[in-house]
Design a binder for this molecule. Sequence first.
Ligand code: NOJ
Length: 519
Amino acid sequence: MPDWLKDAVFYEIYPQSFYDSNGDGIGDIRGIIAKLDYIKDLGCNALWINPCYDSPFKDAGYDVRDYKKVAPRYGTNEDLYELFDTAHEKGIRVLLDLVPGHTSEEHEWFRASGKAERNEYSDRYIWTDSWIAGIAGHPYIGGECERNGTYMLNFFKCQPALNYGFKDPKYPWQMSYLDEGPVATQEALADIMRFWLDHGCDGFRVDMADSLVKDDDNDKSATCSVWRRIRTMLDEKYPEAALVSEWSNPYQSLNSAGFHMDFYLDHWGNGYNTLLRDYETQGDDDSYFKKDGNGDIERFLNDYIPKYTATEPNGYISFMTCNHDTPRPARTLDEAELKIAYATLLTLPGVPFIYYGDEIGMKYIENIPTKEGGYTRTGSRTPMQWDNSVNCGFSTANADKLYLPVDPESSNEGYDLTVSAQSGRAGSLLNTVKKILAFRHDHSQLEAGAGFKVLLGRKDKPFVFAREDLLIAVNPKETAATGEIGLTGPAKELFSIGRCELNNGVLNMAPQSFAIFEM
Ligand code: NOJ
């Protein structure tokens, strides 16, 4: 386990929308370099950058055409190497996004694989043995290549599945995950990882990490064994490199596959994150942090605690404010709600992730046209709002050249969802996040793996948990809350949002309050 993860707080950057350094309307690597001091000052010491490789951008870069080349619109490989170096000088680690399950249909491996004549890449993708074949349960595409077969997709039509084989092959054209072709795919993946690690990257966020071996068992044992091999390589050669999975099943990803961190996502099936959003209940928003909703911390704890307990020796469950695939939290939560939500997420165990712009409460922009396969995700991908100048300080290009439009309300008088406006306002969301993160870095009790115990976790009561000798109390509701926690000794308040008193083990919390006490 890389030691640096203990105190890591990540900042996710969607590069096309972060900062445009050359005035072409699209964010770039040099733009990220220019903003490293901002990220550091915020209190983040690690980055996850969404795919920045050469791509036709039919899925915002998750359709990779060349894994080893930076997309020209973002700059050059040299720019990225410089980003690694400059970030390291400032004490910031950098994770790239690894897309192991599929490539773009324009990747040269795929072009070669579709040729009628057998070649080195014939088995790199999953092909049936006839132009008309296909089986239920997986999407297959025909008619695109000269090869007499159809190929399996992993996500969009532009993303053919790489061949890591099948758990138990059922047709002559299906390979076992232990066969030569699938093992060669694993090797190709390891080669890409070594390429970037050797150039100074600090690890990877892994896209659809559970999608490799097809028709795997429910426990994903074959896919886990692929990742175990990768983890062994890292442990031997790159022990400081970190892996975080898009899996949202820590039993599998942390305990079996060997990931260091796994995201706590909004996935159905593996439990459900009801903290910031709630799509499970129709009608009312019953997410926990909604001040007037019917939210219930027990729903979260019933899902989280068994996962935490079973996986905590092996890795970290990562909470995030949101990501490039989900609505921003500000879609449903206001500034006061966001403060309590972030304070909680940033003091729970694990390694937290902040999505760019969530620290200033950037809005989910409703009903904007889809961009690069974003569809309803597009509203969470608009340009970072740096200041109140033209294009919110994101770019000097004409507004019609921007990757996506800035929030249409940003030209309104008094608009304050920008870094510059909130830097100057004591008590702004931005300054609150900074304070919490500074507190977190100052207290080893809040490290990713430091002790954690729930002291009170019932509906309509304050949510109270201990991190070592710190006691953390949360009341997101619009009504005051009281709770008894059976604490006899004195407690000193170290941090608070709103008024909160703890006397003789009785906690009295004002509406929408949060506090940290030393016991
Ligand atoms: C998950 C990524 O987060 C998402 O943005 C992408 O579209 C799919 N995987 C396919 O790679």
